[in-house]
Design a protein around this ligand. Structure first.
Ligand code: FAD
Length: 304
């Protein structure tokens, strides 16, 4: 039976960076990935904010990272990890492709943006529908965008979008926002922001790209159509923590809380990337997190 020094769950930028570090440290490493190596990156047409590139294709960067990670000895196993158990000093990972045993685990399984589930949403992803203002706002310079959602992050993202867009229409199902008062005040007095409250988006329409949203007032049932060039959906993220939830402490948003040294509550279990509670969810921060978690693994194994 193989006992890996480290099993990295998730082949996104966090997991692959961790593998580069643990591979170079001569630790026997396996990356376990259930979908596409590259994670959310691989599904993103053009990545912004990646140092060294004005803009780079997500698929291209994913391939480069995988090549680099495997060059230093990390193996890639395609499997879905359903549960992680601690057995004495070892971890047993249950997957749909058999069991894996490892001395340490880096949980880098990321998160998925929640969908609103309206007609047109899936069809226009990457052609006007976005889930990340920091990534895509610059494409909407002097254009009109809609923001769906009324939480803290929706309003912050809407304010960020005003730096580029000519108009930002926030569509929110309630009459009031859940965001901090100070952010609400800023939003309400911003000249570029228009609020459509007590309303939900019924459908997103267009030709090659998004051209409008149809909105329904939840009280009167009245429908109205609003011309927009983009729709930013901020109705939350689902962090992938199911398989480790008994071994970690979760934040109110369901993400993993880390100790200052990068460890979770369970010795030998580390976490990195979007699955961790942090300030910014980007490739750059996932890479940083991956490097820290791998270094923490090295220190942990050296102490054992
Ligand atoms: C639409 C969109 C556009 C974006 N654009 C940019 C951008 O331009 N610039 C930027 O810096 N950031 C961008 N981001 C954010 C960036 O993609 C993420 O911050 C980054 O990918 C997080 O990396 P990660 O490794 O933590 O997780 P992920 O990239 O989500 O990778 C996690 C991996 O874990 C795998 N996994 C999950 N559960 C399991 C399991 N149980 N077993 C095995 N494998 C599992 C998943 O299949 C996935 O491949 C964007 C995000 C979105 C949604």
């Amino acid at each position: 039976m193989n006992i890996y020094d480290v099993a990295i769950v998730g082949g996104g930028p966090a997991g692959m960076t961790a593998a580069i570090y643990t591979g170079r440290a001569m630790l026997m490493t396996v990356i376990i990935e259930k979908g596409v190596a590259g994670g959310l990156m691989a599904l993103t047409d053009k990545l912004e904010n990646v140092p060294g590139f004005d803009s780079i294709g997500g698929g291209e960067l994913s391939e480069l990272m995988l090549k680099q990670a495997t060059k230093f000895g990390a193996g890639l196993m395609m499997a879905d990890v359903s549960k992680v158990e601690k057995k004495g000093d070892l971890f047993l990972l249950h997957t749909d492709n058999g069991e894996v045993t490892a001395r340490t685990v880096i949980w880098a399984a990321g998160s998925s943006p929640r969908k609103v589930g309206v007609p047109g949403e899936m069809e226009y992803i990457g052609r006007g529908v976005s889930y990340c203002a920091v990534c895509d706002a610059a494409f909407y310079r002097d254009l009109r965008v809609a923001v769906i959602g009324g939480g803290d992050s929706s309003l912050k993202e809407a304010l960020y979008l005003t730096r580029f867009a000519s108009e930002v229409v926030i569509i929110h199902r309630r009459n009031e926002f859940r965001a901090e008062k100070i952010i609400q005040d800023e939003v309400r007095k911003h000249p570029k922001i228009k609020l459509i409250l007590e309303s939900v988006v019924e459908k997103i329409t267009g030709k090659d790209f998004v051209e409008s949203v149809t909105v329904k007032n939840v009280k009167s049932g009245a429908l109205s159509e609003h011309p927009v060039d983009g729709v930013f959906v901020f109705v939350g993220y689902t962090p992938h923590v199911e398989a480790v939830k008994e071994l970690v402490t979760l934040s109110p948003t369901g993400r993993i809380l880390l100790k200052p040294d990068g460890a979770t509550g369970t010795p030998g279990l580390f976490a990195a990337g979007d699955v961790v509670e942090k300030l910014v969810y980007q490739v750059a921060t996932a890479i940083g997190c991956g490097a820290s978690s791998a270094t923490a693994v090295e220190h942990y194994l050296a102490g054992h």
